[in-house]
Design a protein around this ligand. Structure first.
Ligand code: AMP
Length: 182
């Protein structure tokens, strides 16, 4: 049985480490590595993600490099569906499609293997954290380039004051386990 939203949100916030001015001045970095140090906490997070993902009819989970690879494969395994790696430029060895995008800090390029998503499959995009939404939108565009449909987005943390979920709304619904309002 999953924890209530407020309980899991408190659990996450009490375990996430906030690092001021990382990786540059003005950014309050939400470090999720302490969540992984505690198997009870990480199990509860995974269960909550599974409960949400089970409410959608999914054909695949696409995790974003690199913190989308922490819970994403376990989530896909629990649902018995494929896990697709969306990676930073130059990491995937076979034929890829790519998209350039802007981050809260800097800019980057994401790639996915051309043969990793079947046309018409319903894909949930997963990452640790939603900030401005640029990374998730680029990932949605990659999935769509390959003919996949966006079933939704699942994050552990939403920096809701940046209003990323508003930008994602045209692609699909956004789910998160903890919201930071400032
Ligand atoms: P964005 O494209 O602006 O939504 O940024 C989301 C991506 O950048 C995710 O992959 C996050 O892991 C990372 N990120 C952005 N801002 C932060 C932050 N304040 N703390 C931790 N990770 C962040």
């Amino acid at each position: 049985m999953c924890l209530e939203r407020t309980t899991i949100e408190k659990l996450i916030k009490s375990n996430v480490r906030e690092v001021k001015d990382f990786p540059k001045a003005g950014i309050s970095f939400k470090d999720i590595t302490p969540l992984l140090l505690d198997p009870v906490v990480s199990k509860k997070i995974l269960e909550a993600l599974i409960e949400f993902a089970e409410s959608l009819e999914l054909d695949a989970i696409a995790g974003i490099d690199s913190r989308g690879f922490l819970f994403g494969p376990s989530l896909a395994r629990a649902l018995n569906i494929p896990f697709v790696l969306i990676r930073k430029k130059g990491k995937l060895p076979a034929d890829t499609v790519s998209v350039e995008y802007d981050l809260e800090y800097g800019s980057a390029c994401l790639e996915v293997h051309q043969d990793s998503i079947r046309v018409g499959s319903r894909v949930l995009i997963h990452d640790d954290l939603l900030a401005t939404g640029g990374t998730a939108i680029a990932s949605a565009q990659l999935v769509q380039q390959l003919g996949g449909e966006i079933a939704g987005f699942a994050f552990i943390i939403d920096l809701s004051f940046l209003e990323g979920s508003r930008k994602l709304a045209k692609f699909g619904q956004t789910f998160s386990l903890a919201e930071y309002q400032d």
